[in-house]
Design a protein around this ligand. Structure first.
Ligand code: PMP
Length: 304
């Protein structure tokens, strides 16, 4: 189903992807004590000897921060230099996705983070357009986003994805494409693996960090692009009922980019989505290096 890139970085060296294997007794597999990254890259359409990675520095910084919750001291610089070597080793020729991962790698039982070995691996897969530009239908999930009282939400911790998985499967099995999760206060938080924005009367609103969202890098990019286009983005709590009457709703994340929402539960949203479309086009152009104003977001790696 997936085309994995030929080499993985595993146990401090590059090995063929099929040889990068962990034991069934690996601690993180049992306790969810891992943290993940996920970033996109493309071959530069203007230079076949160059690969472009979108917001590499931010992704490495976020993973290094997430690792702190695992009591694993790994710098953003170390993650970044490994990813650069990974790209040079694999020389991808189509759009791809990189998954760096930090985890408790010891074999054995008992949940803890002290006195336990940690490790870091990187692998990648080919990934083209992930979702249709026509948009998705969404269900309001019966599962709520975790709360920072009991879960370190400022990290991208693998254990969190049980909730995302329950919500996504619930949505799909009840005939929708995607799930929107409320937080424990009943305010809109995010989708199963994407942040959310709504448009009302020409203004864009999105839940702030205090609504238990993941600190999405696409979200950050969209907020800056919207501001540059002269559309103000306001971070504030969003009620469920606002979703149903919004002029536009869209989701965003690394894999899906900017994704329009066409219907939420039994409320159809307007078919005309001028702001979503403008942001989607601009974001895609930036990730494909067609917009010179955001060149600092596109990290070039030479592979010749
Ligand atoms: N929320 C969750 C739960 C996610 O898994 C993701 C994808 N990483 C996002 C939001 C979007 O984050 P980003 O734009 O950094 O990919």
């Amino acid at each position: 189903m997936y085309n994995f890139l030929p080499f993985a970085f595993f146990e401090d060296k590059f090995v063929p992807f099929a040889e990068a294997k962990i034991s069934i007794a690996t601690h993180a597999l049992h306790y969810g004590t891992g943290a993940l990254g996920g970033l996109r890259g493309i071959p530069n359409p203007e230079n076949s000897n160059q690969i472009l990675l979108f917001r590499l520095d931010r992704h490495c910084q976020r993973l290094s921060t997430s690792a702190k919750f695992l009591h694993y001291d790994i710098s953003a610089e170390k993650i970044q230099s490994t990813i650069i070597d990974f790209v040079k080793k694999n020389r991808p020729s189509v759009s791809f996705y990189i998954r760096p991962f930090v985890y408790t790698s010891d074999l054995g039982i008992a949940p803890r983070l002290h006195n336990i070995q940690k490790d870091f691996f990187v692998y990648g897969l080919e990934l083209g357009e992930y979702s249709s530009p026509e948009g998705v239908t969404c269900r309001i999930s019966s599962w709520y986003r975790q709360n920072d009282v009991s879960f370190p939400l400022r990290g991208k911790i693998s254990a969190a994805y049980i909730t995302s998985s329950l919500a996504k499967t619930e949505a799909i099995e009840s005939g929708f494409d995607e799930a929107i999760l409320m937080n424990s206060q009943g305010k809109v938080s995010e989708a199963s693996g994407m942040n959310i924005f709504i448009v009302r009367n020409g203004q864009i609103f999105t839940p702030g960090f205090e609504q238990d969202i993941l600190e999405g890098i696409t979200r950050d990019s969209v907020m800056r692009i919207a501001g540059d286009l002269g559309v103000k983005v306001v971070e504030r709590p969003i009620d469920k009922s606002e979703l149903f009457i919004a002029d536009e709703v869209f989701l965003c994340g690394t894999a899906a980019k900017v994704l329009p929402v066409t219907r939420i539960e039994n409320f159809s949203l307007p078919e005309n989505r001028p702001i979503t479309e403008k942001l989607r086009e601009k974001f895609t152009a930036i990730t494909e290096n067609r917009d010179r104003n955001y060149q600092d977001w596109v990290f070039p790696i030479s592979i010749d």
